[in-house]
Unconditional design. Structure first.
Length: 565
């Protein structure tokens, strides 16, 4: 009876660029004979005698599994040759049929794209068993502090701040151990920070892009219950006999447009009566190159000077664009829109929503008869429609070096979005907290000893102050009225430090405080509670880094623990 090679075990995680030693174990029947050959990305082979890869390396030849049922050995993977592509090692385990040895029966495991996962598959239909170990390039992770609004728009509370970030080069498949970090954030000249609380690991977030192509209507979904695009817009012309092309006083405009293709039009009894699937909508704009004219989906009587309201359809389900991917989405992911949505005099981000499954239920009562003949009413709930947070719709992912890099499908939000805003637009996936980053990014991050500190501003008085609440100083930066206090020689040590009550400003000038002071010229004063300079320190450790990317950015969300002025 043939002896069986039952399994080959080794750590299949990525080998860091600095190399690694990996122990292996061949399991099988007592007396089974096998050989091993390890091929490098350079086409060289591992020599188990010299523990190096050479052009003449021959591997292990005709080794026997002892009575213990396993043969143990190791392979030393060298420092990666940076010019090698692809960076993978192939391990071949041969069952020596000459010595009546075979592999166990083949058990195939597939990736989601239906390609074979050779490392999880077991056994072989031939005398050869193949495994792969990757040695990808290092990942550079940049640690910084940010604010989602201020990083993208002038409207954010932290607008104008600068960050001195810190980067870490991480070998995939290895742990970095704890590394100290220090990140400095500096506010604008007339701005300042106040610490609300100390940072925690859940304040970390990462940002990725995602784009949608079109929307999908949930069955029986009311799409016209969202916010109107515009209202009170005046008709220019008598269309009381019915018309499809309507002229308005206003041009359609941009940023924001007053109406768009697909909008429902309401404003008189005939228009308002058309609801749901029968709603009157705009099918064309800029008709005849006239920005005041649009086309309706049907002829409707509209009088001169009537005012119309334009409402875009709103949907909760959107299909991922073909040039984008949803593989980084998970139930509960936050999606934000950084679009040119005009709000007053500045451009501001659009709130999108949370990725979440959606269902509709029907409730009804039924009557049941008990064994004693009595009757009871029972309430029942039936799920009539249900969709997951992310529906792949049977689409296969793209898998590169074991990692999914692309996945199409349909995303469902916890609320409805304006259809024409979402379609074709690029959004941001926000992944928050170390646990979510690990599950989404295949990268374990641990943060410890986190601390935020302010560099207390100091300045000097430029003249004597005698029993006065006004204090002339050389520089007023970093001080916030009714938040900052000052201390120094001449400030009464028996009373609480006085609050600065004058407006926030930069450069020389006067501080006004809440108590009368007597201070000599040239006295150094220190500002407490606020500062332009914030420093975040702590220790960070990376492990199990299997992310398919060479650069990533981790952000401390300043808005969670810092107040900006």
């Amino acid at each position: 009876m043939a002896k069986v090679i039952k399994d080959f075990k080794i750590d299949f995680s990525s080998v860091p660029t600095v190399g690694a030693t990996r122990a292996f174990r061949v399991e099988g029947d007592n007396g089974a004979i096998f050989s091993i050959q390890v091929k490098s990305p350079l086409g060289t082979y591992y020599d188990f005698t010299t523990n190096t890869f050479t052009s003449t390396g021959s591997g292990l030849k005709n080794k026997k599994i002892p009575g213990s049922g396993s043969f143990n050995g190791s392979i030393i993977f060298p420092v990666m040759d940076t010019g090698t592509t692809p960076k993978q090692y192939e391990i071949y385990i041969f069952a020596e049929s000459t010595y009546d040895t075979v592999h166990a029966e083949y058990q195939e495991v597939l990736y989601e794209d239906n390609s074979v996962n050779v490392n999880l598959s077991k056994g072989s239909n031939s005398s050869i068993l193949r495994k792969i170990i990757y040695q990808p390039a290092d990942v550079t992770v940049t640690l910084r502090a940010g604010d989602l609004n201020s990083d993208n728009y002038s409207s954010g509370d932290f607008h104008g701040f600068s960050v001195a970030s810190q980067s870490f080069v991480i070998g995939r498949g290895a742990s970095t151990g704890k590394k100290a970090f220090s990140i400095t954030v500096t506010a604008g000249a007339t701005n300042a920070f106040e610490i609300i609380r100390q940072p925690v690991a859940s304040d970390i977030y990462m940002i990725d892009d995602i784009k949608f192509s079109d929307y999908i209507r949930v069955p029986n979904e009311e799409v016209w219950d969202g916010t109107a695009r515009s209202s009170g817009k005046v008709v220019d012309g008598d269309f009381s006999d019915g018309a499809t092309n309507i002229t308005m006083d206003d041009d359609v405009g941009t940023n924001p447009a007053l109406w768009a293709i697909g909008d429902r039009v309401t404003g008189n009894a005939a228009l308002d009566a058309k609801t749901g699937d029968n709603a009157v909508t705009i099918t064309a704009i800029n008709v005849g190159s006239n920005a005041k004219v649009f086309t309706l989906s049907e002829s409707i009587a509209i009088n001169n000077d009537e005012t119309l309201t334009f409402t875009p359809p709103h949907y909760r389900r959107f299909r991922i664009a073909s040039d984008s991917s949803g593989h980084l989405l998970k139930n509960g992911s936050t999606v934000l829109a950084y679009l040119t949505t005009y709000a007053g005099s500045v451009y501001a981000p659009t709130d999108v929503g949370i990725v979440r499954g959606y269902s509709e239920n029907t409730e009804y009562d039924s009557i049941i008869q008990n064994e004693d003949g009595s009757m009871d009413t029972v309430s029942n709930t039936v799920v009539t429609f249900s969709v997951p947070a992310f529906d792949k719709e049977g689409a296969k992912p793209t898998v590169v070096d074991r990692d999914i890099t692309k996945q199409l499908g349909v995303i469902t939000f916890d609320k409805k979005l304006k259809g024409d805003t979402a379609s074709g637009s690029t959004f941001k996936i926000i992944t928050r907290g170390t646990s979510s980053i690990e599950s989404v990014k295949n990268m374990k991050v641990e943060l410890t000893n986190l601390e935020a500190t302010l560099t207390a501003p100091t300045t000097v008085t430029t003249a004597d102050v005698v029993n006065n609440a006004g204090i002339p100083v050389a520089d007023r930066e970093g001080a916030v009225p009714n938040v900052s206090t000052i201390s120094g020689i001449g400030i009464d040590p028996t009373a609480a430090d006085p609050f600065i009550t004058s407006a926030i400003a930069d450069g020389s000038g006067f501080w006004v405080v809440g108590l009368l002071q007597t201070i000599e010229s040239g006295t150094t004063l220190t500002v407490n509670n606020t500062s332009r300079v914030l420093t975040i320190t702590g220790e960070i450790e990376f492990s199990n880094v299997e992310i398919n990317a060479t650069a990533q950015t981790l952000n401390f969300d300043l808005s969670k623990f810092i107040k900006a002025y």
